[in-house]
Design a protein around this ligand. Structure first.
Ligand SMILES: NC(=O)c1ccc[n+]([C@@H]2O[C@H](COP(=O)([O-])OP(=O)(O)OC[C@H]3O[C@@H](n4cnc5c(N)ncnc54)[C@H](OP(=O)(O)O)[C@@H]3O)[C@@H](O)[C@H]2O)c1
Length: 233
């Protein structure tokens, strides 16, 4: 099947030091259709912190000359923050931990989207954010993980809202929430024991890229997994 990405497309990966972000950079470097991939992260390629709005604005300005990009991937995110893992019950909720989870998984990525959306190419272009299936409200049957679930669900709403706005100017832009599967990484390591099919980052990214390349344009955002299956919001 023909990909929506043109020959010689350019890409930007934010969070390139992560397991999934790093695999995205390597995958795109090996893709003969991709002429340039720029990787940035907290400590490399200009540097920014999701909890520091001015650093995100600086990143956007620093990247302005490198665009336009046909594909932007935001692979940042955190589940354990300052040593605190996900909550198992209401009694475990902690205001500061909830604020940090929203700062890293919702507010920072929303500000990144604000700074980077102007760098998207005209015509077929994709802005994809690593989300998580646990951010699906209708798929939540097990409970727990309040802060992570809620901050991902809130980011999904930001993506849907941004899709509507960006598509007024470019109906062929795809805004996408991605579920990568359970992937071997720093983030998943404390919770990966007993997972039946733990994916290597490369396997997840290969599936995600295939799914993005085949994504039809539609009104609003997409929420898909690494096999290209749609996830209910
Ligand atoms: N692994 C899974 O099974 C899984 C499942 C579902 C969804 N996801 C989602 O996939 C994404 C990537 O996860 P991963 O497994 O690749 O995790 P990871 O290896 O821990 O990578 C996380 C990335 O986010 C960056 N980051 C975290 N906090 C930051 C901050 N305050 N400022 C700037 N950058 C920050 C990290 O930068 P540093 O290297 O500087 O820390 C790193 O580049 C996340 O959004 C996660 O929620 C993962």
């Amino acid at each position: 099947m023909q990909s929506i990405f043109p020959q010689g497309f350019s890409a930007l990966v934010v969070g390139a030091t992560g397991a999934i972000g790093g695999a995205w950079v390597r995958h795109l470097q090996q893709d003969p259709a991709c002429s340039e991939v720029v990787g940035v992260a907290r400590a490399t390629g200009g540097g920014f912190d999701l909890e520091d709005e001015s650093s995100i604005e600086r990143l956007g300005r620093a990247l302005a000359d490198r665009g336009p990009f046909h594909l932007i991937i935001d692979a940042t995110g955190a589940l354990t923050i300052a040593g605190r893992g996900p909550e198992k019950s209401l009694a475990m909720l902690d205001g500061e931990a909830l604020r940090r989870s929203f700062a890293v998984n919702t507010i920072g990525p929303a500000l990144l989207l604000r700074s980077l959306a102007p760098l998207l190419a005209k015509g077929d272009a994709v802005y994809a954010k690593l989300s998580a299936r646990v951010g699906s409200i209708s798929d939540n049957r097990r409970g727990g993980w309040y802060g992570y679930r809620a901050s991902k669900a809130a980011m999904n709403m930001v993506l849907q809202t941004a899709a509507i706005e960006l598509q007024r100017r470019n109906p062929r832009v795809r805004v996408v929430a991605l579920q990568p599967g359970t992937v071997r990484s720093r983030l998943s390591q404390p919770f990966a024991r007993g997972v039946e099919h733990l994916l290597e980052p490369e396997e997840s990214v290969a599936g995600l890229m295939q799914a993005l390349g085949a994504l039809p344009s539609k009104s609003g955002a997409h929420f898909i997994d690494y096999q290209g299956q749609e996830i209910p919001w």
